[in-house]
Design a protein around this ligand. Structure first.
Ligand code: UDP
Length: 332
């Protein structure tokens, strides 16, 4: 029995592969390397890697059969909010079309469980924080819209084909593995913590704060930053939950339940890096809700998930260690 990880060369994907390998699971990775990095799948793991697109159903089926796959953890997707607004059809094709093709392969190969990398973007601008799973789902952009559509597709696939699923709705993934040489490397980078660290590294002159006139304690947006290794451990627990025979379509929030403003994150990076980070206020970024903070009590009670790196200082310290030692990311 092995676990197929699609998009295993990406940021959360590679940290999840690390967790699964550490738990002694047999893992096989496919990734088309459009945004992932081949060397994020470490040689020391000695696991099969296929450069393969999830649309290639015949090849995905062969991988499933050859490796006796019983569970899929599905990261392969396009995941940039701004890009999704400019090129929505790419998101419908890659995210919805890609998952449809993957499900075709699962049905043909009798693979009956899947864990989906989903997102808090399915909620849009919440009426209340912290957000629980039953909050309204009104995505503000095609990225969130396609992830919500995938969740619904999975629910219909459960009713029709008996494929059980867990959708994990992440808040803001951050940090890096504390001991292994894997971390965040998006091109172009759009996420707050890596961008601030690029300022520290002298790769940018300043950090632009997108809006300081929100209704928050200091006027800047508040987000729930969750360590990528804590996200990874939830995927292992979700696979186990399905393997234990829990049939159905589940969805869980993954966050720490506490929010930090953009200014607080910048201050935290200044403290950890001991570097003055110049910051300029810029206009709001389209589609940014003022506050996103998750209530993850369901994942804790049902999956037994316990985030262990909740402290923002630790999250930033781990990110800083990765960026300091890999200033050019995986190209370094
Ligand atoms: N942000 C910012 N400057 C940047 C990048 C991000 O002020 O250069 C803000 C962004 O507006 C949001 C928060 O930082 O309020 C987190 O943004 P990120 O892109 O990391 O994650 P998102 O919340 O969009 O998923």
């Amino acid at each position: 029995m092995s676990i197929l990880v699609t998009g295993g060369a990406g940021y959360v994907g590679s940290h999840t592969v690390a967790e699964l390998v550490q738990k002694g699971e047999d893992v096989v990775v496919i990734d088309n390397l459009s945004t992932g990095h081949r060397n994020a799948v470490l040689n020391e793991w000695a696991i099969p890697f296929y450069q393969c697109d999830i649309h290639d159903t015949a090849r995905v089926m062969k991988v499933m059969t050859d490796h006796h796959v019983d569970s899929v953890v599905h990261f392969a997707a396009s995941s940039l909010v701004a890009e999704s607004v400019h090129d929505p059809l790419k998101y419908y094709a890659n995210n919805l079309g890609g998952t449809r093709a993957l499900l075709d392969a699962m049905v043909s190969c009798d693979v009956a469980s899947i864990v989906l990398s989903s997102t808090a973007a399915v909620y849009g601008s919440p009426r209340r924080v912290p957000i629980s799973e039953d909050a309204n789902k009104e995505p503000l952009n095609p990225y969130g819209e396609t992830k919500l559509a995938i969740e619904r597709m999975l629910s219909y696939a459960q009713q029709a084909y008996g494929i059980s699923s867990v959708s994990l709705r992440y808040f803001n993934a951050a940090g890096a593995h504390p001991t292994l040489p894997i971390g965040e490397d998006h091109r172009p980078e759009s996420h707050l913590i890596p961008i601030i660290l690029q300022v520290v590294l002298g790769q940018r002159d300043e950090i632009l704060i997108y809006g300081d006139d929100y209704e928050t304690r200091d006027g800047t947006c508040i987000r729930d930053y969750i360590h990528v290794c804590d996200l990874a451990s939830a995927h292992y627990l979700a696979v186990s939950h399905l393997r234990e025979g829990n049939t159905g379509s589940y969805a869980f929030n993954l966050g720490n339940g506490s929010g930090f403003s953009v200014r607080e994150v910048i201050d935290c990076v200044r403290a950890i890096s001991e570097h003055p980070v110049p910051a300029l206020v810029a206009p709001r970024r389209a589609g940014d809700p003022a506050q996103l903070v998750g209530d993850a009590s369901l994942a804790q009670s049902v999956l037994g998930w316990k985030p262990t790196r909740k402290d923002l200082t630790q999250i930033v310290a781990d990110a800083w260690r990765w960026h300091r030692t890999h200033p050019d990311g995986y190209q370094g």
